[in-house]
Design a protein around this ligand. Structure first.
Ligand code: COA
Ligand code: ADP
Length: 611
């Protein structure tokens, strides 16, 4: 929407084009597959330092690598690497990377969703890389990339990527981790987006609870063919494990990877009981290690098929721990939901029988599994879809609000972290940068203003004040205050160029305060669609994919204000007119923004105190 703010006036201003020399860039290689939006099918050889972007010799100091030859003892009956074994390696790698950064013992706090793209066969090599994306207070986000390699053909595949949170523990004292300084473009992106992912993770349980409560799942049990139904009870599994020293770390705490492997084992048995075949695990939903367990604990693992869809099923697993001497005192330490498919000889998913749930708890889980499936599909689409494949406007509804808001902020942060921004022009210390990519053209404007960053953030994040400085915002209506930091606005702009009709936009604006000192304040905007605000004949509906402000505190009463915009096709002409120096409209509008900030820098809004 903000592109409307930068309409050309036709006034000619000549600007010097003096971008910095192009940076020396290595091959992107594995670096790009760490990015949460990339899903390349082939990757560079793990072990090559292809992801160096800071010159020869650079290697992320927290990075650890492992290569394992897959032997028969690691495989299931299909001759494929068992996911349980893979999870143990993933957790070990992530733990080593976390401990390398923390310098003290670390435990797994959570694991984000994992989608398995490929199975790994006996005789192949699995290459695992892990590095710390960001350290917060006592916790860290670790990114793990798994690839497989066929030694005979030299072919390589991405298997999955995982994001784990580890918490550092030192006896008696609370750990304050040192910060990570990202160097490459990929590290900067991951570092920046990690803060947004953390936000989503910490509200995950509540989000899912809220969503499940709001879903009205159709009662379809009566319409199903009873002849091919399997009672859920038949799939129930219960198994106990004794935690021995080889299952634990040097502190005596059970390895998270070991628990995940045991969970995968019981889930696979439950899934096999439904399909009477060999199921393949496709996805694990995000989960949280609720509490520790130690050597000597007994872990009771329970699993059952919650629901079976046409080609996939959801198996739920829950884990309780107890000591021998207090068997009745069971601690619930974990629950997870796993999606399995059954593949035929051509690797196509087979049809599955329906499930007949137990009345009561079973029916509740059956309904919740359907809701989780919908949430999972929505989330996968919004969170992991490549920007170029996504329509500009995504329908907004309460069920995807958390993910759209995440997508909104992370898209802007990814745009900010790009390495190839080129300084196109500078007038009176307002700098204009541009970025040319395969499918997109983006620009950003930057200036330093004598105003406090928190105050600038408040003033700019209230879009209803935008018409005060931006003449291209004719009116702004707050449609819905979604939560404290997210709001939907309907904006009307005057007609563009020779267009007879004024434009309107429906946008989601998401604002974020800094997670730590090095972070900017962010105000991200993207178009959404709302059934109550459909396109009308009165206005031409316009859209923005990714735009917004980033504000860096440069000192007391000194803020670097940057405005970013990934240009949508309808305004390309206006933007290129400005970028090529044929108009000074960007400059004029940005200067008006500065004036607005200076004029209002002493308005003490009550909420400023909380920033
Ligand atoms: N996902 C990611 N991080 C989480 C989280 C979750 N679901 N819940 C808490 N955290 C993070 C917090 O953000 C905080 O990070 P910060 O210090 O960087 O701000 C950190 O964990 C500590 O949070 P706090 O609220 O003080 O602790 P807690 O009481 O929630 O305990 C654990 C968190 C992980 C330490 C605790 O649940 C635990 O011991 N779990 C078992 C860990 C374990 O043993 N794992 C191996 C397998 S058993
Ligand atoms: P919820 O019941 O809300 O799904 P829980 O944490 O209690 O959450 O359980 C997680 C999953 O573990 C359940 O969905 C179910 O699939 C499985 N599960 C829980 N209890 C049992 C049990 N007694 N027997 C078999 N499976 C169980």
């Amino acid at each position: 929407v903000d592109h409307s703010a930068f309409k050309p006036t036709g006034k000619l201003v000549s600007l010097a084009l003096h971008g910095p020399p192009p940076r020396l860039r290595g091959l992107s290689g594995l670096a790009s597959v760490f990015s949460s939006r990339t899903s390349r099918k082939s990757v560079s050889r793990a072990g090559d330092d292809n992801d160096m972007e800071e010159g020869e010799g650079y290697r992320n100091p927290t990075e650890v690598q492992m290569s394992q030859l897959v032997l028969p003892c690691h495989t299931n009956h299909r001759g494929e690497l068992s996911v349980g074994q893979l999870l143990k390696w993933i957790d070990t790698m992530a733990c080593l990377s976390a401990e390398r950064h923390a310098g003290c013992p670390c435990v797994t706090a959570s694991m984000d969703d994992i989608y398995f793209e490929h199975t790994i066969s006996v005789g192949q090599v699995v290459n695992i890389k892990a590095k710390v994306n960001r350290a917060f207070n006592s916790s860290m986000e670790v990114g793990i990339q798994v690839a497989s390699e066929d030694l005979c053909s030299e072919k390589q595949w991405n298997v999955c990527k995982a994001l784990a949170t580890f918490v550092a523990h030192r006896e008696l004292t609370k750990v304050k981790l040192k910060q990570i300084t990202p160097r490459t473009e990929e590290e900067k992106t991951e570092h920046s987006v990690a803060a947004e992912r953390r936000r989503m993770r910490l509200v995950y349980a509540d989000t899912i609870k809220g969503l499940l409560a709001n879903y009205a799942i159709q009662e379809d049990l009566d319409s199903r063919d009873c002849s091919c139904m399997v009672p859920a009870e038949k799939t129930r599994v219960e198994s106990v494990e004794l935690v021995l020293p080889p299952h634990a770390n040097h502190q005596g705490n059970t390895f998270g990877g070991q628990i995940m492997a045991w969970m995968e084992n019981v889930a696979t048995i439950a899934a096999s009981r439904l399909c009477r075949g060999h199921p393949t695990l496709k996805a694990i939903e995000m989960f949280h290690f609720r509490g520790p367990s130690q050597v000597g604990d007994r872990l009771v693992l329970k699993a059952i098929v919650n629901n079976a869809f046409k080609h996939s099923m959801e198996v739920g697993v829950c884990v309780e721990a107890y000591r021998q001497e207090a068997e009745t005192h069971r601690r619930h330490i974990n629950s997870a939901f796993m999606t399995f498919v059954v593949l035929d000889a051509d690797d196509q998913p087979q049809m599955l029988p329906w499930i007949w749930p137990q009345p009561g708890e079973g029916e509740r889980r059956y309904r919740e599994a359907s809701a989780r499936k919908k949430i999972r599909l929505d989330r996968k689409y919004i969170v992991s879809c490549k920007q170029a494949e996504m329509p500009l406007s995504v329908p907004w509804d309460p069920s995807n609000q958390v993910y759209l808001s995440y997508n909104n902020v992370s898209s802007l942060k990814m745009l900010m972290a790009k390495d190839d921004w080129v300084l196109s022009s500078e007038i009176s210390q307002v700098r204009l940068y541009s970025l040319e990519e395969d499918k997109f053209f983006s620009f950003h404007l930057e200036m330093v203003v004598h105003v406090d960053a928190a105050q600038a953030f408040l003033l700019l994040s209230d879009l209803q004040r935008r018409p005060e400085w931006d003449k291209h915002y004719r009116s702004v209506e707050l449609v819905q205050q979604v939560d404290e930091d997210d709001a939907i606005y309907h904006i009307i702009s005057p007609a563009l160029g020779r267009d007879a009709k004024p434009q309107d936009f429906v946008i989601l604006a998401s604002r974020r305060k800094p997670c730590d000192n090095g972070d900017p304040y962010v105000i991200a905007m993207r178009s959404v669609t709302l059934p109550t605000y459909c396109e009308t004949p009165e206005y031409r509906r316009a859209e923005t994919l990714c735009s917004g402000f980033c504000l860096w505190r440069e000192g007391d009463q000194l803020t670097k204000v940057s405005y970013y915009n990934q240009v949508s096709p309808d305004i390309l002409n206006y933007v290129t007119t400005n970028v090529s120096g044929l108009s000074s409209e960007f400059y004029t509008t940005f200067k008006a923004c500065e004036r607005f900030l200076l004029d209002n820098r002493n308005d003490l809004a009550p909420s400023l105190q909380t920033l």
